[in-house]
Design a protein around this ligand. Structure first.
Ligand SMILES: NC(=O)c1ccc[n+]([C@@H]2O[C@H](COP(=O)([O-])OP(=O)(O)OC[C@H]3O[C@@H](n4cnc5c(N)ncnc54)[C@H](OP(=O)(O)O)[C@@H]3O)[C@@H](O)[C@H]2O)c1
Length: 308
């Protein structure tokens, strides 16, 4: 598996930065590993994590809310039995979405407690990366800077990033921090291309922030979130992808990953399958020598019209 440095935005660092392993280009997403929390599903989830490690994934994406904490708990059980793995992995987790009723909440005490809960469930002393899950519209950048400082000072978090932030929200937060934001995790797939158009991927390249794509297969392997495609759209996209899959001798969903990987911002897709063969086969997308021309063919198929 190719690895990639996530430390491209260190210019503001005054002290020597904490160690961070290069990340596998594909990240394994742990949102589904506990399934319905039955013994059968948890066993499947553990096998999925093991398959990911064997396939060369070293970066695991969590959130405090995945499976209401059960996904972190399951991963923590693995680390309890295989503590030697901890130093070989990058563990990312997120917080900031409060449940019942759902609210976005970046208040100091809430975030500190959330991180402490993740550390306990994951059975680890530190998160390599902590992401703010969805922007709290009422966030105060200076107050967040203090929260980050505390988490760092106490050794609970090495690096920080965000998820689902707009470019202006990233700029606002970054302007208040002594820390570099190293990740913006956003939805990127053939249905949702807003990051191509709203400046997210431009800003990532400019600042050295790594864009991480959640639901990278939306609209190809399964229907997109908030699907706005018509049946005709879906057929047109499917036909173009099938043509390209035959040309490159891969499966359709691997073309949709290659389409993301082609972007110069070095998008890292998060693979959320719990099927070992798919977890392993996703790597094939990294070997596709995907052309500029095919990238545009697929964009035009997606758009249903030629470029203006
Ligand atoms: N920051 C955020 O707001 C946010 C939001 C959502 C997700 N995430 C992160 O992103 C990760 C990935 O998202 P996701 O779980 O939606 O991942 P995904 O890999 O895009 O989708 C996984 C689902 O699609 C199925 N699937 C995968 N490959 C398939 C294929 N080739 N053909 C048919 N079905 C296929 C899987 O089924 P099988 O398990 O049966 O293979 C699974 O149900 C999550 O685990 C989480 O870490 C972040």
């Amino acid at each position: 598996m190719q690895n990639i440095s996530l430390l491209n935005n260190l210019n503001k660092f005054k002290q020597s930065p904490p160690n961070l392993l290069p990340s596998s280009r594909l990240i394994y997403g742990c949102m589904r590993i506990a399934g319905d929390n039955s013994a059968v599903d948890k066993d499947k989830g553990l096998k999925a994590i093991q398959a990911a490690i064997e396939a060369g994934y070293n970066h695991f994406d969590h959130a405090d809310i995945y499976g209401a904490g059960q996904c972190e708990q399951l991963f923590g059980e693995l680390l309890t039995h295989s503590s030697h793995l901890r130093d070989q992995l990058i563990i990312t987790s997120k917080a900031g979405i409060r449940q019942s009723p759902q609210r976005y909440d970046f208040s100091h005490d809430y975030l500190i407690q959330s991180v402490e809960g993740s550390l306990k469930r994951l059975n680890t002393e530190y998160l390599d990366i902590f992401l703010l899950h969805r922007p709290d519209y009422l966030f105060n950048a200076q107050a967040l800077a203090e929260t980050f400082k505390q988490l760092k000072r106490e050794g609970k978090v090495k690096y920080f990033g965000v998820s689902n932030f707009s470019p202006s929200q990233v700029s606002l937060l970054q302007s208040a921090l002594d820390e570099p934001l190293i990740i913006n995790q956003v939805e990127i797939n053939l249905h949702n291309i807003s990051s191509l158009q709203d400046g997210t991927l431009d800003q990532c390249q400019q600042l050295g922030i790594t864009p991480v794509a959640w639901c990278p297969l939306g609209a190809v392997a399964y229907p997109a979130w908030g699907n706005t495609f018509s049946k005709d759209d879906e057929k047109r996209i499917k036909d173009e992808i099938s043509k390209q899959a035959t040309k490159y001798d891969v499966e359709a969903w691997q073309i949709s990953l290659a389409w993301l990987l082609k972007h110069p911002a070095n998008i890292c897709p998060i693979i959320g399958s719990t099927t070992p063969s798919r977890i392993n086969a996703a790597k094939q997308a990294l070997t596709i020598d995907y052309s500029h021309e095919d990238w545009y063919h697929l964009l035009e198929a997606r758009n249903g019209q030629p470029l203006p």
